[in-house]
Design a protein around this ligand. Sequence first.
Ligand code: F3S
Length: 112
Amino acid sequence: MTYVVTDACIRCKHMDCVEVCPVDAFREGENMLVIDPDACTDCNMCLPECPVDAILPDIEPGLERWLELNARFAREWPEVTVKRDAPADADEHKGEPGKFEKYFSPEPGEGD
Ligand code: F3S
């Protein structure tokens, strides 16, 4: 099992999750994070930290798309372990439908 970041993270990117991960499993894209499934140890520390409920365990149904996205971009995006401020308009995008189609970027983020 692993935890996965879903499209709820896109343009919210609160980054509370990275501070609690004991194995530094988060990777940073331009406007969302993913979890490296090979690093994640299923500890569950990150899930309750996300203010927009973007992190889910992969045992939930319907997450195949996000599992694939996390695994792919975990190989391409830099590690991130230090929280930075969320985007100024993060709250405006909380719960917005269709965020992947509208805003997803394959570009890497800053990383640490
Ligand atoms: Fe994204 Fe939630 Fe982390 S919005 S950056 S998964 S705390």
